[in-house]
Ligand binder design. Structure first.
Ligand code: DAH
Length: 354
């Protein structure tokens, strides 16, 4: 602040600059020394005013007020958030700018899974879930895998025991981490009489290395529809409807024959590559197509193994990888982005905050 020309006032100005460095106690003492109503330096000067000539009084009065305001502003600034406020005792300064809060986001696989389940829900499918620890019968044999199938090899499947645990003994087989969500087909059919229309989201586990296209733990969504008079046309119409709802009404689809032990006939469903729309690109290995799921008519042995009358009922099923679908949708080149817990992914895909 500029000098006022009054020596008594100007003598106070260095103290204005000095108050910033004071401790809270010294600050309060200084406030009383300058602004105090009884003995404050400025108050003392104001008391001299009535004795002065009008011109003098006006000029000094204005100068004292300017200095007073400058001190008041300085004290106010320094005492906000200090003094006897409880937040000051806790070391908080409420005048600081707020810290951005991290607001979470659904993981892309969760988001895709929710959307897929909603589309099937609109067609009358319920959501079912099952355990991640299964036995050999649920995971393989009930699903019509032969006993010597290579998937039962420890190179592919993560076994938890050699059949010594109580549960494994009761199950009559080794315990394992389920390699697919298909055993929940069996559990669903064992839970009550047909008809069944369910989608089954869940994590599955395989003895695979973590590389750009494999993860030892990844998500699947299974689908199962069993009723009287269900045929291949139901499978094709439902899955085509699903693809057009999810990827867009003009998306090209094709069904290719395939093989799974638990379906006959079996197929795989390809959709037009979402990156090049059928022209061919590295992502679709120049084919213009991307595989999104396996499907087929439920094998009569599977119905029988689950206690469903295969003469009376028929059904279709599918198994899909929502991680693959999410990679497609968000243009992710490497599956490890999805399953390595890297928060930067969520921040880019809809999380807010810092
Ligand atoms: N369980 C199969 C897998 O993990 C996927 C699958 C294929 C599921 C065809 C099905 C199906 O229900 O019908 O590779």
């Amino acid at each position: 602040m500029d000098p006022t020309g009054y020596p008594d006032l100007d003598a106070l100005l260095p103290r204005l600059a000095a108050i910033e460095g004071l401790t809270p106690d010294a600050l309060e003492a200084e406030r009383i020394a300058i602004l105090g109503r009884k003995q404050g330096a400025l108050t003392a000067l104001l008391r001299t005013l009535p004795a002065l000539a009008p011109e003098e009084r006006k000029a000094l009065g204005a100068a004292v007020n300017r200095v007073k305001q400058a001190f008041e502003a300085a004290f106010d600034h320094l005492t906000t958030g200090t003094g006897d406020r409880p937040e000051a005792a806790a070391g908080l300064d409420l005048t600081m700018p707020g810290r951005g809060r991290w607001i979470g986001a659904d993981h892309p696989v969760t988001r895709v899974t929710t959307e897929i389940c909603e589309i099937f829900a609109s067609l009358g499918f319920a959501v079912a879930v099952g355990p991640e620890v299964e036995d050999e019968w649920m995971n393989f044999f009930a699903l019509n895998f032969p006993e010597n199938h290579p998937a039962l090899d420890a190179h592919d499947t993560l076994f938890l025991s050699e059949g010594s645990s109580e549960r494994a003994d009761r199950a009559g087989g080794r315990l394992l981490l389920r390699t697919h969500t298909s055993p929940v087909q069996i559990r669903t059919m064992q839970s009550g009489p047909p008809p069944y229309r369910v989608v089954i989201p869940g994590m599955v586990y395989r003895n695979d290395p973590f590389d750009p296209s494999h993860a030892p733990a990844f998500a699947q969504i299974e689908g199962l529809a069993v009723d009287e008079g269900i045929g291949m046309v139901d499978l094709k119409a439902t899955l085509t409807h699903f693809v057009r709802k999810f990827f867009g009404p003009k998306t090209a689809v094709r069904f290719r024959p395939s093989y799974f032990p638990f379906t006959e006939p079996s197929g795989e469903l390809d959709i037009e590559c979402q990156l090049c729309h059928g022209n061919g690109c590295p992502a679709c290995k120049q084919t213009g197509w991307m595989e999104i799921l396996g499907c087929g008519m439920v094998h009569p042995n599977v119905l029988t193994n689950a206690g469903v009358d295969a003469e009376k009922y028929s059904g279709w099923a599918f198994g899909m990888g929502p991680g693959r679908v999410a990679m497609n949708r968000y243009g992710l080149p490497d599956i490890r982005y999805l399953y390595s817990g890297d928060m930067r992914l969520l921040r880019q895909l809809g999380g807010t905050g810092r």
